[in-house]
Design a binder for this molecule. Structure first.
Ligand SMILES: Nc1ncnc2c1ncn2[C@@H]1O[C@H](COP(=O)(O)OP(=O)(O)O)[C@@H](O)[C@H]1O
Ligand SMILES: [Mg+2]
Length: 232
């Protein structure tokens, strides 16, 4: 069953038609990877899924219910976690406070799940440091943990490897695989780092100027020449 089902979404910025009849699904237990060059509309699609920009036409169903008219807050509450491009952690707040922000719409007493520190151990050592004092990779791990704190059913990540050192990219890849393999979460990953994308993809989608030009099982990415398709 698809936890996320997107049908014929159209999106404009002013007069520019950015997303054209975009349809996709995401399944629990699977990593769906969305590839595409700069400026094709990947982030716009994710923002549309989160409700940060309103869609013009089309439908978005999450967990069997239409959500396209709901607010970002309601979508987060429904179980969608978002790790934005560029991370957007709170630089002046501590790691612990950042993680609490991820729980802001839960009741005040909801504790930070201990398993976050098992998945991303570096955060435990950094708990009382300010977000802004962390390395880029640590900030990315914090942004992921913040999105995971309320235990979403769908985790959306926008280019989590951007500007991050290889050892931390490996750690992030392991976490993504582990979360998907548990079977109770769907992952939608936007990525331009091809090797990382191919390694993680159960399903792939390739976007070009607001439309999907290729899609299929991750295991077929090599034979279909997807690397060449998205090469800069
Ligand atoms: N807030 C905005 N207002 C107007 N145009 C925008 C805005 N954000 C992005 N765009 C344009 O929309 C297109 C898609 O951008 P984006 O979704 O960020 O692409 P990607 O994430 O694939 O790099 C680009 O041409 C970009 O310049
Ligand atoms: Mg983007």
């Amino acid at each position: 069953m698809s936890i996320l089902s997107v049908k014929n979404v159209n999106q404009y910025y002013g007069g520019s038609h950015i997303l054209r009849d975009v349809s996709l699904d995401a399944q629990l237990g699977k990593v769906t990877v969305l590839l595409g060059r700069n400026g094709v509309g990947k982030t716009t699609l994710l923002k549309s899924l989160m409700g940060l920009v309103p869609i013009k036409t089309g439908s978005i169903a999450f967990d069997g219910k239409p959500i396209e008219r709901t607010t970002p807050y309601e979508r987060a509450r429904a179980g969608i976690g978002f790790v934005p491009q560029g991370r957007e952690i709170f630089a002046r707040l501590t790691v612990e406070e950042n993680l609490r922000m991820g729980l802001a719409y839960k009741s005040g007493s909801t504790p930070i799940p201990a398993e976050l520190f098992e998945l991303l151990p570096v955060l435990k050592q950094m708990l009382h440091r300010r977000g802004g004092d962390l390395s880029g990779g640590q900030q990315q791990q914090l942004a992921i943990a913040r999105a995971l704190a309320p235990r979403p059913k769908l985790l959306i990540l926008d280019e989590p490897t951007e500007g991050i050192q290889p050892s931390i990219i490996k750690d992030i890849g392991r976490v993504i695989r582990m979360l998907a393999d548990r079977g109770d979460m769907a992952i939608l990953l936007v990525e331009q780092y091809y090797d990382f994308a191919e390694e993680l993809a159960d399903e792939y989608l390739v976007m070009e100027r607001g439309v999907f030009i290729a899609r299929g099982p991750g295991s077929e990415m090599q034979e279909k020449g997807i690397r060449q398709l998205v090469a800069i």
